[in-house]
Design a protein around this ligand. Structure first.
Ligand code: BTN
Length: 319
Protein backbone atom coordinates (compact mmCIF):
# COMPACT_ATOMS: atom_id res chain seq x y z
CA UNK A 1 0.00 0.00 0.00
CA UNK A 2 1.51 3.30 -1.15
CA UNK A 3 2.68 5.64 1.63
CA UNK A 4 1.83 3.04 4.22
CA UNK A 5 4.99 3.25 6.26
CA UNK A 6 4.23 6.83 7.32
CA UNK A 7 0.64 5.91 8.17
CA UNK A 8 2.02 3.04 10.19
CA UNK A 9 4.34 5.38 12.09
CA UNK A 10 1.44 7.74 12.83
CA UNK A 11 -0.61 4.79 14.11
CA UNK A 12 2.28 3.71 16.34
CA UNK A 13 2.44 7.27 17.73
CA UNK A 14 -1.32 7.36 18.40
CA UNK A 15 -1.47 3.80 19.74
CA UNK A 16 -1.01 4.90 23.38
CA UNK A 17 -4.45 6.54 23.25
CA UNK A 18 -3.27 10.12 24.01
CA UNK A 19 -4.21 13.28 22.13
CA UNK A 20 -1.73 14.53 19.50
CA UNK A 21 -2.37 17.78 17.67
CA UNK A 22 -1.94 17.99 13.91
CA UNK A 23 0.90 20.40 14.55
CA UNK A 24 2.69 18.01 16.93
CA UNK A 25 2.35 15.11 14.50
CA UNK A 26 3.47 17.34 11.63
CA UNK A 27 6.61 18.23 13.56
CA UNK A 28 7.36 14.64 14.52
CA UNK A 29 7.06 13.36 10.95
CA UNK A 30 8.30 16.46 9.10
CA UNK A 31 5.12 17.07 7.09
CA UNK A 32 2.36 19.72 7.06
CA UNK A 33 -0.82 19.61 9.18
CA UNK A 34 -2.83 19.21 5.98
CA UNK A 35 -0.76 16.15 5.04
CA UNK A 36 -1.35 14.73 8.54
CA UNK A 37 -5.11 15.27 8.10
CA UNK A 38 -4.98 13.29 4.85
CA UNK A 39 -3.08 10.45 6.49
CA UNK A 40 -5.58 10.39 9.37
CA UNK A 41 -8.34 9.94 6.82
CA UNK A 42 -6.42 7.01 5.32
CA UNK A 43 -5.96 5.56 8.80
CA UNK A 44 -9.71 5.72 9.41
CA UNK A 45 -10.21 3.81 6.16
CA UNK A 46 -8.19 0.94 7.68
CA UNK A 47 -10.97 0.50 10.21
CA UNK A 48 -9.26 2.40 13.04
CA UNK A 49 -11.48 4.71 15.09
CA UNK A 50 -9.59 8.04 15.24
CA UNK A 51 -11.47 11.13 16.28
CA UNK A 52 -10.45 14.75 16.56
CA UNK A 53 -11.35 17.37 19.15
CA UNK A 54 -10.91 21.04 18.32
CA UNK A 55 -7.94 22.49 20.20
CA UNK A 56 -6.74 19.05 21.35
CA UNK A 57 -6.00 17.05 18.23
CA UNK A 58 -6.36 13.43 17.23
CA UNK A 59 -6.97 10.47 19.50
CA UNK A 60 -7.77 6.79 19.06
CA UNK A 61 -11.16 5.66 20.34
CA UNK A 62 -9.30 2.87 22.14
CA UNK A 63 -5.52 2.43 22.60
CA UNK A 64 -4.07 -0.26 20.33
CA UNK A 65 -1.79 -3.05 21.41
CA UNK A 66 0.37 -3.26 18.31
CA UNK A 67 2.40 -6.35 17.47
CA UNK A 68 5.74 -6.22 19.26
CA UNK A 69 8.48 -7.92 17.27
CA UNK A 70 10.99 -7.84 20.12
CA UNK A 71 8.55 -9.48 22.54
CA UNK A 72 7.48 -12.04 19.94
CA UNK A 73 11.05 -13.04 19.21
CA UNK A 74 12.12 -13.39 22.82
CA UNK A 75 12.31 -17.01 24.02
CA UNK A 76 10.76 -18.37 20.86
CA UNK A 77 12.73 -20.53 18.41
CA UNK A 78 10.22 -20.15 15.59
CA UNK A 79 10.84 -17.79 12.68
CA UNK A 80 8.02 -15.26 13.04
CA UNK A 81 7.44 -12.41 10.67
CA UNK A 82 5.40 -9.33 11.57
CA UNK A 83 3.85 -7.54 8.60
CA UNK A 84 1.86 -4.28 8.90
CA UNK A 85 -0.43 -4.74 5.87
CA UNK A 86 -0.95 -7.79 3.68
CA UNK A 87 -3.75 -9.18 1.52
CA UNK A 88 -3.99 -12.38 3.59
CA UNK A 89 -1.41 -13.97 5.88
CA UNK A 90 -2.41 -17.37 4.45
CA UNK A 91 -1.82 -16.16 0.91
CA UNK A 92 1.51 -14.64 1.95
CA UNK A 93 2.80 -17.99 3.23
CA UNK A 94 1.31 -19.83 0.24
CA UNK A 95 3.38 -17.56 -2.02
CA UNK A 96 6.61 -18.17 -0.10
CA UNK A 97 8.35 -21.33 -1.22
CA UNK A 98 11.24 -21.59 1.18
CA UNK A 99 9.64 -22.10 4.57
CA UNK A 100 10.58 -24.44 7.37
CA UNK A 101 7.86 -26.22 9.31
CA UNK A 102 6.53 -24.02 12.08
CA UNK A 103 7.26 -20.66 10.38
CA UNK A 104 4.73 -18.01 11.37
CA UNK A 105 3.57 -14.69 10.05
CA UNK A 106 1.23 -12.21 11.72
CA UNK A 107 -0.21 -9.00 10.35
CA UNK A 108 -1.75 -5.83 11.73
CA UNK A 109 -4.23 -5.63 8.85
CA UNK A 110 -5.49 -7.82 6.02
CA UNK A 111 -6.93 -6.23 2.89
CA UNK A 112 -8.38 -9.54 1.72
CA UNK A 113 -8.59 -11.76 4.79
CA UNK A 114 -10.39 -14.96 3.95
CA UNK A 115 -12.60 -17.28 5.91
CA UNK A 116 -13.93 -20.77 5.26
CA UNK A 117 -16.25 -21.37 2.30
CA UNK A 118 -15.05 -18.33 0.37
CA UNK A 119 -16.20 -15.88 3.02
CA UNK A 120 -14.41 -12.67 3.81
CA UNK A 121 -12.61 -12.39 7.18
CA UNK A 122 -13.05 -8.85 8.46
CA UNK A 123 -9.58 -7.66 9.53
CA UNK A 124 -9.45 -4.09 10.91
CA UNK A 125 -6.01 -2.72 11.72
CA UNK A 126 -4.29 -3.61 14.98
CA UNK A 127 -7.44 -4.97 16.59
CA UNK A 128 -7.29 -8.72 16.26
CA UNK A 129 -4.94 -11.60 15.54
CA UNK A 130 -4.34 -12.52 11.91
CA UNK A 131 -1.95 -15.44 12.12
CA UNK A 132 -0.65 -18.11 9.75
CA UNK A 133 1.73 -21.00 10.27
CA UNK A 134 3.31 -23.30 7.68
CA UNK A 135 3.59 -27.00 8.50
CA UNK A 136 4.86 -29.88 6.44
CA UNK A 137 2.76 -32.85 7.41
CA UNK A 138 4.72 -35.99 6.62
CA UNK A 139 1.64 -38.22 7.00
CA UNK A 140 0.15 -36.57 3.91
CA UNK A 141 -3.26 -35.29 2.91
CA UNK A 142 -5.27 -38.05 4.59
CA UNK A 143 -4.05 -36.83 8.01
CA UNK A 144 -5.13 -33.25 7.36
CA UNK A 145 -8.75 -33.67 8.48
CA UNK A 146 -7.68 -34.62 11.99
CA UNK A 147 -5.11 -31.87 12.25
CA UNK A 148 -7.65 -29.17 11.64
CA UNK A 149 -9.47 -30.28 14.81
CA UNK A 150 -6.20 -30.38 16.75
CA UNK A 151 -5.58 -26.74 15.82
CA UNK A 152 -8.91 -25.71 17.37
CA UNK A 153 -8.00 -27.59 20.54
CA UNK A 154 -4.52 -25.98 20.62
CA UNK A 155 -6.13 -22.54 20.29
CA UNK A 156 -8.58 -23.12 23.16
CA UNK A 157 -5.68 -24.41 25.29
CA UNK A 158 -3.64 -21.30 24.47
CA UNK A 159 -6.60 -19.12 25.49
CA UNK A 160 -7.03 -21.08 28.71
CA UNK A 161 -3.31 -20.66 29.47
CA UNK A 162 -3.97 -16.90 29.38
CA UNK A 163 -6.91 -17.23 31.77
CA UNK A 164 -9.77 -17.21 29.22
CA UNK A 165 -12.10 -19.94 30.46
CA UNK A 166 -15.27 -21.21 28.79
CA UNK A 167 -14.02 -21.48 25.19
CA UNK A 168 -15.95 -24.07 23.20
CA UNK A 169 -15.43 -25.75 19.84
CA UNK A 170 -17.83 -25.97 16.96
CA UNK A 171 -16.91 -28.73 14.54
CA UNK A 172 -14.58 -28.69 12.74
CA UNK A 173 -12.67 -25.88 14.43
CA UNK A 174 -14.50 -22.62 15.22
CA UNK A 175 -13.96 -21.29 18.72
CA UNK A 176 -17.07 -20.03 20.52
CA UNK A 177 -17.59 -18.24 23.80
CA UNK A 178 -21.06 -17.76 25.22
CA UNK A 179 -22.57 -18.97 21.93
CA UNK A 180 -20.75 -16.28 19.94
CA UNK A 181 -17.83 -16.77 17.59
CA UNK A 182 -14.48 -15.74 19.04
CA UNK A 183 -12.08 -17.25 16.51
CA UNK A 184 -11.96 -19.05 13.18
CA UNK A 185 -9.45 -21.35 11.54
CA UNK A 186 -8.79 -21.83 7.84
CA UNK A 187 -6.39 -24.64 6.88
CA UNK A 188 -5.24 -24.55 3.26
CA UNK A 189 -3.57 -27.62 1.83
CA UNK A 190 -1.39 -28.59 -1.05
CA UNK A 191 0.41 -31.82 -1.88
CA UNK A 192 0.07 -35.01 -3.85
CA UNK A 193 -1.38 -38.33 -2.78
CA UNK A 194 1.35 -40.47 -1.25
CA UNK A 195 3.56 -37.47 -0.46
CA UNK A 196 3.85 -35.05 2.48
CA UNK A 197 1.16 -32.34 2.66
CA UNK A 198 1.94 -28.64 2.90
CA UNK A 199 -0.39 -26.95 5.33
CA UNK A 200 -1.05 -23.28 5.82
CA UNK A 201 -2.81 -22.95 9.14
CA UNK A 202 -4.66 -19.63 9.32
CA UNK A 203 -6.04 -18.41 12.64
CA UNK A 204 -8.13 -15.30 13.21
CA UNK A 205 -8.97 -14.29 16.80
CA UNK A 206 -11.15 -11.31 17.71
CA UNK A 207 -9.22 -9.40 20.35
CA UNK A 208 -10.41 -5.80 20.26
CA UNK A 209 -12.81 -5.80 17.32
CA UNK A 210 -14.28 -2.27 17.03
CA UNK A 211 -17.96 -2.16 18.09
CA UNK A 212 -19.42 -0.77 14.88
CA UNK A 213 -17.56 -3.11 12.54
CA UNK A 214 -19.49 -4.10 9.42
CA UNK A 215 -19.50 -7.22 7.28
CA UNK A 216 -19.78 -9.98 9.90
CA UNK A 217 -22.86 -12.11 9.34
CA UNK A 218 -23.06 -13.93 12.68
CA UNK A 219 -22.94 -13.13 16.40
CA UNK A 220 -19.34 -12.52 17.44
CA UNK A 221 -17.43 -11.82 20.60
CA UNK A 222 -13.88 -10.69 21.36
CA UNK A 223 -11.28 -11.09 24.11
CA UNK A 224 -11.98 -7.49 25.10
CA UNK A 225 -15.64 -8.29 25.63
CA UNK A 226 -14.80 -11.43 27.61
CA UNK A 227 -12.19 -9.80 29.86
CA UNK A 228 -13.84 -6.37 30.07
CA UNK A 229 -10.84 -4.97 28.15
CA UNK A 230 -8.64 -5.50 31.20
CA UNK A 231 -5.82 -7.46 29.64
CA UNK A 232 -3.36 -6.87 26.84
CA UNK A 233 -3.42 -10.28 25.27
CA UNK A 234 -2.60 -9.85 21.60
CA UNK A 235 1.16 -10.39 21.68
CA UNK A 236 0.99 -12.94 24.46
CA UNK A 237 -1.56 -15.01 22.58
CA UNK A 238 0.56 -15.08 19.40
CA UNK A 239 3.42 -16.49 21.43
CA UNK A 240 1.47 -18.98 23.50
CA UNK A 241 -0.44 -20.17 20.42
CA UNK A 242 2.79 -20.78 18.51
CA UNK A 243 4.15 -22.98 21.30
CA UNK A 244 0.85 -24.87 21.68
CA UNK A 245 0.52 -25.50 17.95
CA UNK A 246 4.04 -26.92 17.75
CA UNK A 247 3.47 -29.14 20.71
CA UNK A 248 -0.02 -30.38 19.70
CA UNK A 249 0.89 -31.00 16.05
CA UNK A 250 3.94 -33.00 17.09
CA UNK A 251 1.75 -35.18 19.35
CA UNK A 252 -0.76 -35.59 16.52
CA UNK A 253 1.99 -36.64 14.11
CA UNK A 254 3.08 -39.50 16.35
CA UNK A 255 -0.20 -40.52 18.03
CA UNK A 256 -3.05 -39.27 15.83
CA UNK A 257 -6.27 -37.86 17.25
CA UNK A 258 -6.71 -40.34 20.10
CA UNK A 259 -4.95 -38.21 22.78
CA UNK A 260 -7.21 -35.28 21.79
CA UNK A 261 -10.62 -36.96 21.89
CA UNK A 262 -11.28 -36.14 25.55
CA UNK A 263 -10.06 -32.58 25.12
CA UNK A 264 -12.50 -32.19 22.23
CA UNK A 265 -15.34 -33.69 24.22
CA UNK A 266 -14.75 -31.30 27.16
CA UNK A 267 -15.03 -28.32 24.82
CA UNK A 268 -17.73 -29.56 22.40
CA UNK A 269 -20.25 -26.71 22.08
CA UNK A 270 -22.99 -28.85 20.56
CA UNK A 271 -22.71 -32.23 22.28
CA UNK A 272 -26.18 -33.83 22.61
CA UNK A 273 -27.80 -30.91 20.81
CA UNK A 274 -30.04 -31.08 17.76
CA UNK A 275 -28.13 -29.67 14.80
CA UNK A 276 -28.44 -29.31 11.07
CA UNK A 277 -25.44 -30.30 8.93
CA UNK A 278 -25.33 -28.72 5.48
CA UNK A 279 -23.12 -30.39 2.84
CA UNK A 280 -23.65 -28.55 -0.44
CA UNK A 281 -27.27 -29.22 -1.37
CA UNK A 282 -27.63 -32.02 1.21
CA UNK A 283 -29.00 -31.36 4.70
CA UNK A 284 -28.87 -33.83 7.58
CA UNK A 285 -30.62 -33.33 10.92
CA UNK A 286 -29.41 -35.16 13.97
CA UNK A 287 -28.14 -35.05 17.53
CA UNK A 288 -24.48 -34.19 17.88
CA UNK A 289 -22.47 -37.07 19.40
CA UNK A 290 -18.97 -35.64 19.20
CA UNK A 291 -16.21 -36.85 16.88
CA UNK A 292 -14.46 -40.13 16.07
CA UNK A 293 -10.72 -40.87 15.84
CA UNK A 294 -10.60 -39.74 12.19
CA UNK A 295 -12.06 -36.33 13.11
CA UNK A 296 -15.45 -37.05 11.52
CA UNK A 297 -18.52 -35.49 13.11
CA UNK A 298 -20.87 -38.05 14.70
CA UNK A 299 -24.58 -37.43 14.31
CA UNK A 300 -27.37 -39.57 15.69
CA UNK A 301 -29.95 -39.83 12.94
CA UNK A 302 -32.87 -42.24 12.42
CA UNK A 303 -30.21 -44.54 10.85
CA UNK A 304 -28.12 -44.67 14.04
CA UNK A 305 -24.86 -42.85 14.77
CA UNK A 306 -23.24 -41.82 11.47
CA UNK A 307 -19.86 -40.15 10.74
CA UNK A 308 -19.70 -37.11 8.45
CA UNK A 309 -16.50 -35.61 7.10
CA UNK A 310 -17.65 -32.38 5.49
CA UNK A 311 -20.14 -29.58 5.77
CA UNK A 312 -21.16 -26.98 8.28
CA UNK A 313 -23.34 -27.34 11.37
CA UNK A 314 -25.86 -24.95 12.78
CA UNK A 315 -28.33 -25.15 15.65
CA UNK A 316 -31.35 -24.15 13.62
CA UNK A 317 -34.33 -26.03 15.00
CA UNK A 318 -34.53 -29.61 13.76
CA UNK A 319 -37.66 -30.91 12.03
C1 BTN B 1 -13.34 -18.94 9.36
O1 BTN B 1 -14.06 -18.72 8.39
O2 BTN B 1 -13.83 -19.14 10.47
C2 BTN B 1 -11.84 -18.99 9.20
C3 BTN B 1 -11.21 -17.64 9.40
C4 BTN B 1 -9.71 -17.65 9.25
C5 BTN B 1 -9.14 -16.24 9.28
C6 BTN B 1 -7.65 -16.23 9.33
S1 BTN B 1 -7.01 -14.63 9.67
C7 BTN B 1 -5.40 -15.18 9.31
C8 BTN B 1 -5.50 -16.11 8.13
N1 BTN B 1 -5.41 -15.38 6.89
C9 BTN B 1 -6.55 -15.39 6.21
O3 BTN B 1 -6.76 -14.81 5.13
N2 BTN B 1 -7.46 -16.12 6.86
C10 BTN B 1 -6.92 -16.67 8.07
Amino acid sequence: MKGFSLKNKIIVQLSDGSFYSGEQLGEIFGISRAAIAKHIQGIQELGIDVYSVKGKGYKLEQPLELLDLEFLHSNLDTPIEVIPVIDSTNQYLLNRGDLTSGSVCVAEYQTNGRGRRGRQWVSPYGSNIYYSMYWRLEAGLQAAMGISLVIGIALTEALEELGIEGCKLKWPNDVYHNQKKLAGILVELSGQAGDAANLIIGVGVNVAMPEGVEGIDQPWTSLNEITGGQSKLRNQLVKVLTNRLHCCIEIYETQGLTPFLNKWHERDNFFNQQVKLVMGSREVYGVCKGIDATGALLLETPNGIEPFIGGEISVRPAI
